[in-house]
Design a protein around this ligand. Structure first.
Ligand code: ATP
Length: 348
């Protein structure tokens, strides 16, 4: 088990900088998720921790050892990627055994370790099969078992669930989290799926354009976003961001007039989550653009001015398109951002 420290890591590809001065402390036993849109530098960061890429600048420390010069195979990290990369001609048993042979673990220990890892992912009954005779989810679980069979210092997982259907993803999510808690192995997990990040992480690192935007627990990221990027990335649907003007304790934009702190003035962005809106009130007036019932909640899209916003309405809410509608905001849950997108915090 080990902590991981990234000190001022930079990764350049010629003139392009993929990761920009990234510093991060990952605690021993922590489940840390790197979250961000495609191309933000998540995989590059992960590959540098693994030793598959070399940082252009900065240090990577695992435990108390600087590992920059240490080969990937000597770093004692186990990786799971989205392709399962199982050997098709080997049984699941032999696939899971492979890292034990590579690491020259004493043969008489293999059987117990393989069965323990297989049981953990509920594959105990499938050890004789070849990968081709397993479902996608079972193959993914076999890849996980192979990663956990020898307990490494660090797990690195890069979108391991992205090939699975939604239902399987949800059940694998729980399984991965449970397993990580049992094994207490420091884990870095890369995803662009915010639900996966929120449900799995002890802490989330939100990245954009090669730079960290915010680091925090899922609760902190959701309730206390640092900027419009984070606010607009987290939540499903994410926070509505409405550009307008603040003056004399009111925020106004075409179709919108809401209270705001008296000290704010000029061009600002108001943030309100779909779940903090009500289908009554008159802070925002517009027309019904779309109604999407999902069973437990109805998603309502409202057109106002030239724009649209999302509202989570009651499960039985229904309305015809183009009906005029008034939306109220939960005044305690409004967010304000300055022109550069940074959060404007309340003054005490
Ligand atoms: P995705 O979710 O699409 O995998 P990501 O956040 O993992 O995205 P990275 O793979 O880390 O993104 O890539 C970060 C940036 O670095 C991207 O803009 C990518 O095009 C660039 N990049 C990655 N590898 C190389 C390379 N070998 N040469 C040049 N540019 C690269």
């Amino acid at each position: 088990m080990a902590s991981i420290r990234l000190e001022n890591i930079v990764k350049r590809y010629g003139a392009f900088t993929g990761v920009k001065h990234m510093s991060l402390d990952i605690a021993d036993e922590e489940f840390l998720v790197l979250l961000g849109p495609s191309g933000c530098g998540k995989t590059t960061t992960m590959r540098m921790i693994a030793g598959l890429e070399e940082p252009t600048e900065g240090q990577i420390i695992i435990g108390d050892e600087v590992v920059n010069e240490i080969d990937a195979r000597d770093r004692d990290v186990a990786m799971v990627f989205q392709g399962y990369a199982l050997y098709p001609n080997m049984s699941i048993y032999e696939n899971i055994r492979f890292p034990l042979r590579m690491r020259k673990i004493a043969r008489d220990k293999h059987d117990a370790l393989i069965r323990q890892a297989a049981d953990m992912v509920e594959l105990g009954d499938y050890l004789d099969r070849k990968p081709g005779a397993l479902s996608g989810g079972q193959r993914q679980r076999a890849a996980l078992a192979r990663a956990v069979v020898r307990q490494p210092q660090v797990f690195l997982m890069d979108e391991p669930l992205s090939n699975l259907d939604a239902k399987l993803r949800a059940s694998m999510r729980v399984q991965i989290k449970h397993m990580q808690r049992q094994l207490k192995v420091t884990t870095v997990y890369v995803t662009h799926d915010q639900i996966e990040a929120m449900t799995l992480a002890d802490r989330i690192v939100i990245m954009n354009g090669g730079a960290i935007q915010q680091v925090g627990t899922p609760d902190e990221i959701y309730t206390d976003p640092a900027n419009t990027f984070v606010a607009g990335f987290i939540g499903s649907p994410p926070m509505n961001l409405i550009e307008g003007t603040a003056a004399a304790g009111r925020f106004t934009a075409p179709g919108v007039s809401a209270p705001c702190p008296a000290h704010l003035s000029g061009a600002i962005t108001l943030g309100v989550r779909p779940e903090d809106c009500r289908v009554s009130g008159d802070e925002l007036t517009g027309t019904v653009y779309g109604v999407e019932p999902t069973g437990d909640v109805t998603y309502l899209t409202v057109a106002f001015g030239e724009r649209q916003m999302e509202v989570k309405a009651a499960r039985d809410f229904r309305a015809d398109i183009d009906t005029p509608i008034g939306i109220g905001f939960d005044a305690d849950r409004l967010y304000y951002f300055d022109e550069t997108g940074n959060r404007i915090r309340e003054v005490a």
